[in-house]
Design a binder for this molecule. Structure first.
Ligand code: MG
Ligand code: ZN
Length: 293
């Protein structure tokens, strides 16, 4: 089947536990300093994650951990070949790629660059990070700031009973970010993949010809098991477990978007011809998104 070029399509991804099988913040601390990692885990019980991780990365620097050592640790964060392959595929199909993450820009861009995929992305939206020195004699410290400064809160109050409160952290509403990207980019179709509580809000911004790809067994999956929360999503929902599965559901999503764009009625032949797995598994996926085969 000849590949279709997608027009006006956005593919946006969460980072931790979506593009990588780790939490990049805790991975960094665990790799470089167990005592600072333990302090961090105590601190996040008292203060927002964004402040606790900034205090921890600064503490790393003050304890003598250099930038080169931080980069050495980040080099150990592996992006699986299936993810790299999927990202190249999406770009080849003509869609624009973004990361929308509550991790920091330095970590994300380092990992993407090391795997040769940074240039595929149109943008990385995350908490801004930079190396700063208080004095000329002091080694630079990795400083992470809130995406939304405390002086300019985003004001989103989306909640879920599953997390017993608001799903967006005070420093970042991914829903507002994806709405802005869609508006500014003029995107007609969007695919969003994520796993966490803060991936619920962007999922709610999408419409019936968009796709939400939640990871099974994680918080977003749990939130969607609540009918009131599930009812806030009009996009088609396709679940995935491993990153290899993510590649498969992504291919299905893009094939269906291509069909929407060509005003083709979705039927099984189109999807099967674009999908390398067997029919049995494909049928299960189609049933999950409620299409007629
Ligand atoms: Mg995540
Ligand atoms: Zn929000």
């Amino acid at each position: 089947m000849p590949s279709r070029r997608l027009a006006s399509t956005l593919a946006a991804f969460d980072f931790d536990w979506t593009l990588i099988d780790e939490d990049s913040d805790t991975f960094l601390l665990d790799t470089l300093s167990k005592p600072i990692s333990e302090k961090f885990h105590a601190a996040v019980r008292e203060s927002p994650w964004i402040y606790a991780i900034n205090e921890s990365t600064q503490a790393l620097g003050r304890s003598g951990v250099s930038r080169a050592r931080v980069e050495w640790a980040l080099d150990k964060l592996q992006m699986k070949p299936a993810v790299v392959e999927m990202l190249h595929y999406i770009k080849e199909q003509g869609a624009d790629l973004y990361v929308i993450s509550d991790a920091n820009t330095f970590t994300i861009e380092h990992v993407l660059k090391r795997h040769g995929v940074l240039d595929l992305f149109s943008g990385v939206v995350a908490n801004p990070a930079e190396w700063t020195s208080m004095t000329a004699s002091q080694p630079p410290l990795l400083t992470i700031k809130p995406y939304n400064p405390a002086s300019g809160p985003h004001g989103c109050t989306r909640e879920s009973v599953v997390v017993q409160g608001q799903t967006c952290t005070f420093n970042l509403c991914k829903g507002q970010v994806i709405a802005r990207l869609i508006r500014q980019g003029g995107y007609r179709h969007t695919v969003y993949a994520g796993d966490g509580a803060n991936d619920f809000c962007p999922s709610c911004q999408l419409n019936s010809t968009d796709f939400v790809l939640p990871r099974t067994g994680k918080t977003l999956n749990a939130i969607l098991s609540d009918p009131d929360s599930r009812a806030q999503i009009t996009a088609k929902v396709m679940y995935w477990s491993t990153v290899e599965d993510l590649g498969s559901v992504m291919r299905i999503s893009l094939s269906m978007i291509a069909a929407f764009q060509e005003h083709i009625t979705i039927h099984s032949d189109i999807i099967i011809s674009a999908f390398p797995l067997g029919y049995t598994r494909l049928s299960r996926v189609i049933l999950q998104i409620g299409l007629q085969v």
